[in-house]
Every structure is written in structure tokens, then in C-alpha cells.
Design a protein around this ligand. Structure first.
Ligand code: HEM
Length: 510
């Protein structure tokens, strides 16, 4: 915030330093007046209430940009479940609590289903791909990716085999640490990115492949940088572009990833067999050729869409699942009595054979723990910003077409009217009195509606097989000399909430 404060406080001094700028000052005041009167017109149009914004800065000085979701949850206590904040001059409508978020995303799916493409993501993908796209191109890329991922086994046996293969590699590298403390971050990321890679490219990478290591490192770096204060400031004031170092780093990282993806596609193109798809890339290339051959007008199967779709799947499919798994292992080290029960159930039901997806129905406690770790980890606390696709009146408030909407998933996952003990790690949230697994409506870590996470069923399979396989083989403990109480649970805020850097011991149970 020091940059902003410096800017705000030195601005008037600079402005009035020369008489020739007086005219400019007058024009600025006029703009401020117009902006501020548009803010105060909220009441007349029954727009959602909110804290009074400052001209140009909006509510920036009231928000903790290092933990925006926390401030927004606090503001919802004062202004209700539908309220407005201004990030600079950008108006954002925030939706809080399970009932409100569900009503918007599911009952008003069309109106709340567009994506807000912030300047940093526009700089990267110019509206291509899936995550930061809208309209026909988004629809086509989402549909193509979903159906191809399903064909390649998302939620089915084929994906199970790929995940189990990766479990095997992950167990091996965990074993190499021989019970000594190590940071699980890098290896967890290699495992999850390899699962999506083998579905997309048709093959996995070796963990020591430098190109693969760099691709994973750059994705993680970008996810971290995009939650930095300076990049958030850039999204509000895009004219600051050339001063924002983190923006430059993100674009450089992204450019290198695009180059790597381009090389991988080129390689697959050279050995393409139209009768045997090895992965999503082959299917895309075949569809592209088909549309070109039949001269389809306005085809969306173009080079930019394939590259940015792959970049989206790699980024969205890697860090999210790995971060959740790392939270899970950390919770197990922190709450050894829960780890005891997980391992008791695994030993009783599965024994020493390989865990399979079919075992899930017989492992209600393990399933409940995995759901609870996703709920508590709350890794995408504000979801990914949405935008209204049309004027909408929601819960009595008018929201204009094109307004940015934050669906505050942390207010859903910690909703005090939905969860018995929202701030405590409590697997009983997902168990009935007989110890059977129960689904909970307010469990929305993947969001809901038109933009619901495209990889939800793959992520669920991954989390179950990776978590259960690791817990079957290893006991997770804090490093020697660190007590359970000293294991911190405060997150590092980036695009996702991840555990602060830490080490754990994976002690073999055999
Ligand atoms: C534990 C793991 C994961 C979590 C918690 C998670 C969560 C989310 C959330 C909250 C969104 C935003 C939804 C919204 O805008 O309302 C999202 C979108 C998305 N996710 Fe995931 N995700 C996970 C894993 C994955 C995986 C494995 C993939 C890849 C196959 C994936 C691909 C995507 C894509 C492509 C979108 C954009 C959808 C769109 O804009 O239409 N995610 N995810």
C-alpha cells in the first residue's frame, strides 16, 4: 500500500505546482464530481449497498489487498449478502453465503455466468482458451475440453490408471527421503501436472526433465504473482502497466510456457494418426483439420485457442489439486488422532493392496476427511471473478450488465448457518450418526453453475487416490523438534490460498 499512499498523497502537491495545471485541476475536479455522484446514485437505483467509496480510489483503503477475501467476509456482516465495493473505479458486486451464491450461480446461471477478464489475463490470452474467455469461443472450447476429458477417462477407469501410475511415482520419491523432513510442494505439483499432461499430451514427463520442471515452476510463480498487491493494483489501474514489475515477470513466464506448449504440439503434429487419438491435443488437431477441410466459417479451432486452452488446463489442473493435497498432509500431521482413524480405516478396508476408486464407497471416514480438508483449505476463496451478461434484479437489487461479481466461496465453505463448527477441522461435517458419508449442499469448493470447475470429477479422483495411497504407505509428522502446535495453518495468499512453506516427515508404515 505504500506505493498507493505515496501516489495519493503527493498527487495534489504535484498538480498545483504550476499555474498552467490549474485548468487540468478544474477538469479533474469535474471528473471527480461526476464519478462521485455516480457512486451516490446507488440508492435511487436500488443498487446493492456498500461502504462509501472515495473518488478514484473507491474502497481501496478499507481493503486488505493481502487478504481481500477476509475483508470482504467482514464487510458482508455489515452490508448483507449482496453488497458493492469499488476497487479503484471498478464496481464489484460481492455475493456472500451459501444461499445467495447458489441462487446467483444456479438459479440465475445465465445472468451471472460470464467471466470478468481482468487486464493481466487479457494481456496473456486476449480472450482465448477457457478460463478467461466468453461467448461462442468459450462455449466451444469448454464443450470440446469437457467431452474430450471425459472420453479420456475423466471420472472413469482410464484416468484411474493414469492417476495410479502417478501415485506409484510419487510414493517412490517420497520414500527416497527416508522419513527425513522435506517440502512436499514441488513433488505434489509434479504428480498433479503429470496427470493432466498425460491426459492432454498422451504421455507423462520424468520428474527430472528440466523443461517439465520449468513449466511447473513458472505456473506456480504466476499463480503466486497474480495475487500480489502490485498486480491487483495493475488490474484496477491498467495505465500503470509499465511500472508493475510483477506484471512483466508474469508475461515473461507465460511467453516461455506458450513456447514450450507450441513445441510439444509441433512434436505431436508430426506423428499424428487421425485414427488414433493419444490425448486432447490430437483430438483438437483432428477437429481443426476437419473444420478447415469443410471450410467452416468462424472456426474456433485455431492455434491460439489450442495453446491457451492447454495453458489453462495445465495451470488450473496443477496447482489447485497439489495445494489441496498438501493442505491434507499438513492437516494429518497437525491432527494425529484424525490421521489414526484414516489409517485404521485404510488398513481395515484395503489392507496393503493398491487403493482403487471403487474403494471410496467403503471408506466413508477417508472420504469425509478429504471433503473436510477441501472445505477448510478454501483454496479459491473469491472463486474467479464473474461478470453479469445482462441487466439483472437479484434479491431486490439492480445489477447492471457487465458488472464484476465476486462469489465469495470462503463465505460458503465457512457459512455459520450451514456448518456445525465452520472454523474447526471436523470430518463429522460429512458423516451421519452411523458414520456413513453424507453430501453437503454448501460444499462448493469447485463453485457451481455455468462456470463450475471443468476438472471437478478429475480433481476428486486425484485427491482420493493420491491422499489414500500416501496415507496407506506413510505416517505424516512434523519435523523433529517441531511440535504439532507449532505447525502453522496460516495460508500464503496468491491466486490460491496455499500452505506457508513447511517441511513434513513421511515415515514409512511398513
Ligand atoms: C482441488 C482442485 C480444484 C479446485 C478446488 C478447483 C476450483 C475451481 C474454481 C473455484 C473455479 C472457478 C469457477 C467459477 O468461476 O465459478 C475453477 C474453474 C476451472 N477449473 Fe478448476 N479446480 C480444481 C481442479 C481443476 C482441474 C484438475 C482442472 C483441469 C482439468 C481444472 C480446470 C478448470 C477450468 C478449465 C476452469 C475454468 C472454467 C470456465 O471458466 O468455464 N480445475 N476451478
Amino acid at each position: 500500500m505504500s506505493f498507493l499512499e505515496d501516489f495519493v498523497f503527493s498527487f495534489p502537491e504535484k498538480l498545483f505546482s504550476s499555474p498552467t495545471t490549474l485548468l487540468g485541476a478544474f477538469a479533474l475536479l469535474l471528473v471527480l464530481y461526476i464519478v462521485s455522484s455516480s457512486f451516490t446514485s446507488q440508492e435511487k437505483r436500488k443498487e446493492p449497498p456498500g461502504p462509501r467509496p472515495l473518488p478514484l480510489l473507491g474502497n481501496l483503503l478499507q481493503l486488505d489487498l493481502k487478504r481481500p477475501h477476509k475483508t470482504l467476509c467482514e464487510l458482508s456482516k455489515k452490508y448483507g449478502s449482496v453488497f458493492t465495493v469499488y476497487l479503484g473505479t471498478n464496481k464489484v458486486v460481492v455475493l456472500a453465503g451459501y444461499k445467495t451464491v447458489k441462487e446467483a450461480l444456479v438459479s440465475n446461471a445465465e445472468a451471472f455466468g460470464d467471466r470478468e477478464v481482468t487486464p493481466i489475463f487479457y494481456d496473456m490470452t486476449q480472450g482465448h482458451g477457457i478460463l478467461f474467455a466468453n461467448g461462442k469461443s468459450w462455449r466451444e472450447m469448454r464443450h470440446f475440453s469437457l467431452s474430450t476429458l471425459r472420453d479420456f477417462g475423466m471420472g472413469k477407469r482410464v484416468a484411474e490408471d493414469k492417476i495410479l501410475e502417478e501415485c506409484h511415482h510419487l510414493i517412490q520419491v517420497f520414500q527416497e527421503h527416508k522419513g527425513k523432513p522435506f517440502d512436499t510442494a514441488r513433488l505434489a505439483n509434479y504428480a498433479t501436472s503429470n496427470i493432466i499432461s498425460s491426459i492432454v499430451y498422451g504421455s507423462r514427463f520424468e520428474y527430472n526433465d528440466p523443461r517439465f520442471q520449468n513449466m511447473v515452476r513458472r505456473v506456480n510463480e504466476n499463480i503466486h504473482l497474480c495475487g500480489s498487491v502490485s498486480v491487483q493494483v495493475y488490474n484496477m489501474f491498467p495505465w500503470l502497466a509499465s511500472w508493475i514489475k510483477n506484471r512483466k515477470l508474469m508475461l515473461e513466464n507465460f511467453e516461455m510456457t506458450v513456447r514450450d506448449i507450441g513445441d510439444l504440439i509441433k512434436h505431436l503434429k508430426e506423428s499424428l494418426n487421425p485414427n488414433a487419438c493419444r490425448g486432447l491435443v490430437d483430438c483438437f488437431l483432428i477437429q481443426k483439420q476437419k473444420e478447415e477441410d469443410s471450410c467452416v466459417m468462424d472456426t474456433h479451432y485455431n492455434d491460439r485457442n489450442i495453446i491457451f486452452t492447454l495453458a489453462n488446463l495445465f495451470a488450473a489442473g496443477t496447482e489447485t489439486t497439489a495445494t489441496t493435497l498438501r493442505w491434507g498432509l499438513l492437516f494429518m500431521a497437525k491432527y494425529p488422532h484424525i490421521q489414526d482413524q484414516v489409517q485404521e480405516e485404510l488398513s481395515r478396508v484395503v489392507g496393503s493392496r493398491q487403493v482403487q476408486i471403487d474403494d471410496r464407497k467403503n471408506l466413508p471416514y477417508v472420504d469425509a476427511v478429504i471433503h473436510e480438508m477441501q472445505r477448510m483449505a478454501n483454496i479459491v476463496p473469491t472463486a474467479i471473478p464473474h461478470k453479469t451478461s445482462q441487466d439483472v434484479t437479484f434479491r431486490g437489487y439492480f445489477i447492471k450488465k457487465g458488472t464484476t461479481v465476486y462469489t465469495l466461496l470462503s463465505s460458503v465453505l465457512y457459512d455459520e448457518s450451514e456448518w456445525e463448527s465452520p472454523h474447526t477441522f471436523n470430518p463429522s461435517h460429512f458423516l451421519d450418526k452411523e458414520g456413513k458419508f453424507i453430501r453437503r449442499e454448501a460444499f462448493l469448493p469447485f463453485s457451481a453453475g455455468r462456470r463450475v470447475c471443468l476438472g471437478e470429477s478429475l480433481a476428486k479422483m486425484e485427491l482420493f487416490l493420491l491422499f489414500a495411497s500416501l496415507l496407506q504407505r506413510f505416517r505424516f509428522t512434523p519435523p523433529p523438534g517441531v511440535t504439532v502446535e507449532e505447525l502453522g495453518l496460516s495460508p500464503v495468499v496468491g491466486f490460491t490460498l496455499s500452505p506457508a512453506p513447511h517441511k513434513l516427515c513421511a515415515v514409512s508404515r511398513e
